[in-house]
Design a protein around this ligand. Structure first.
Ligand code: FAD
Length: 457
């Protein structure tokens, strides 16, 4: 951070316009907006779930019904365990019901960074596991006949500068060395595949095993699959505390019932709030914002992402986009560090979309919504086992459709004694220093990274 701040001071003159932009941006933070996503508007018929009615006893309680919690529950139930999932709200109220639906294999750090963190042997296992995470998602969809508009057309990461293209080249070749399926694209190929008219990119890479899903329908399909395996999925059942009593855990719900279990999995990710000391303080919970255009006329639509790849650009503060339901374009990016982003927070996103696709200038925006992503310092998910029989996985780093599904499936097996199922090492809970101030310095760093992106650094 210190090095970055020194650099920032050196280029303060160039930074000034960005701070002006930031001031204007902050001034537009007014009326909060509710969550009205394209996903909830186009969800398959809702499933029947109920709040936990009475105290019970099971083998494993999973707290949180996102991909992580549901895949853990499904895998445990397939292994014969009696499992209850407790979700505080309705289905899909966390990141798993709100995300961009881009199924991207891999983890954010490059393999050489992983070697430093994990050692060569474990790093290779982590990369192989993460590269296979899209296979896990599409495998679950096929196995459980999940109706969620799944397409496996690849994911493109285009570069906005020669410098970022070089970094992507390194990334692609390292991924391929450890089992990835990546190809490099030149500027013309990117232009043809993305179909944008602004010529913003100088090349990029594509992960061919990636794809897209309707994220909420994928989640609803996982719920149904878990229920069919005997998992009790309880919604509107907030867990208010967990306590160890003898060899068992007592999971207290806000409405009264207490569930007794041998093992508990905290699958609350960016929505963690103090259930276990220090867990929430291991991550910065950042907002990710999305907009969806009105359905496009055929002539306009055929010009954008004609082969339906998902895209996240190679900026430090990236934008991501894809085609969505009913011939819409979905466009997302990082939002401000506030509890509920206001309507003003979406203006930057709309501007970025228009800069890339000028042909969308007159197309109305029909949906805008946001959700939370949990960022860790090393951009990797962390697995904790703070006490016997208590597990927590946290830190999706905005890349969780594939990874959290794969981690959940593996964690279910690990809990049942298959130690090799999960290559991520269990680590101690470590709070981020000055966590309460994190939103402030993370916000400042994001503005600084935006500036570097604009300068092509
Ligand atoms: C806007 C947005 C766009 C994204 N786009 C992509 C993308 O395109 N591709 C990609 O790979 N990743 C994307 N991500 C990240 C991805 O959505 C997440 O990594 C993933 O969904 C995390 O799954 P999870 O099950 O770990 O957490 P969540 O889905 O957030 O589930 C946690 C659940 O825990 C529940 N909970 C919390 N506390 C309690 C409690 N006390 N009692 C009971 N329940 C509780 C919450 O209500 C929530 O439902 C995006 C995220 C967001 C927010």
């Amino acid at each position: 951070v210190l090095t970055d701040l020194i650099k920032l001071i050196k280029i303060r003159k160039k930074a000034f316009p960005i701070f002006k932009q930031l001031q204007t941006y902050m001034a537009t933070q007014s009326a909060p907006v509710g969550i009205s996503s394209i996903w909830s508007a186009t969800a398959n018929q809702t499933l029947s779930t109920q709040a936990v009615g009475q105290s019970a006893s099971v083998d494993v309680v999973v707290v949180g019904a996102g991909y992580l919690g549901l895949c853990t529950a499904l895998s445990l139930a397939e292994g014969g365990a009696r499992v209850m999932v407790l979700e505080q709200g309705a289905l899909g109220g966390g990141a798993s019901g709100l995300n961009g639906g881009q199924v991207i294999p891999g983890v954010k750090p490059i393999p050489s960074q992983l070697v430093q963190l994990y050692g060569a042997h474990n790093a290779e296992r982590v990369v192989a596991f993460a590269n296979g995470s899209a296979d896990t998602v599409f495998g679950l969809i096929a196995k459980h006949h999940i109706d969620c508009d799944a397409v496996r057309t690849g994911w493109i990461q285009p570069a906005v500068s020669a410098r970022s293209l070089k970094a992507l080249e390194v990334r692609a070749s390292l991924h391929n060395r450890w089992g990835g399926d990546a190809i490099m694209l030149d500027a013309k190929e990117v232009q043809t595949l993305i179909g944008n008219q602004s010529g913003a990119y100088c090349g990029g890479w594509m992960h061919r095993s990636a794809g897209c899903v309707h994220p909420l329908n994928y989640l609803l399909g996982l719920v149904r699959a878990a229920q069919q395996q005997g998992v009790l999925v309880c919604t509107h059942s907030r867990v208010s505390g967990i306590r160890k009593e003898g060899a068992h855990w007592q999971v207290h719900t806000a409405s009264g019932p207490v569930v007794r279990a041998e093992q508990v999995v905290l699958a609350t990710n960016a929505y963690s709030h103090g259930l276990w000391p220090g867990l929430q303080q291991t991550v910065v919970a950042a907002n990710s914002l999305q907009i969806a255009t009105a359905p496009l006329a055929d002539g306009v639509l055929s010009d954008i992402l004609p082969k339906r790849q998902a895209v996240s650009d190679g900026r430090r503060v990236m934008n991501y986009y894809r085609r969505g339901p009913q011939g819409r374009i979905l466009f997302g990016g990082r939002g401000p560090f506030v509890e509920s982003p206001s309507s003003g927070a979406y203006h930057d996103l709309i501007r970025a979309m228009h800069a890339l696709f000028p042909q969308l200038r007159d197309v109305p925006i029909e949906f805008h919504w946001s959700g939370k992503v949990a960022l860790t310092r090393d951009y990797l998910p962390h697995i904790h086992r703070p006490s016997a029989g208590l597990w927590a996985v946290i830190g999706c780093n905005g890349r969780g459709v594939g990874l959290m599904s794969a981690l959940g499936s593996a964690l279910g097996k690990q809990i049942q004694g298959h130690q090799d199922a999960n290559p991520f090492l269990v680590s101690a809970i470590e709070r981020l220093p000055l966590h309460q101030l994190n939103h402030m310095y993370a916000g400042a760093l994001i503005q600084y990274y935006r500036l570097l992106d604009q300068l092509g650094q």
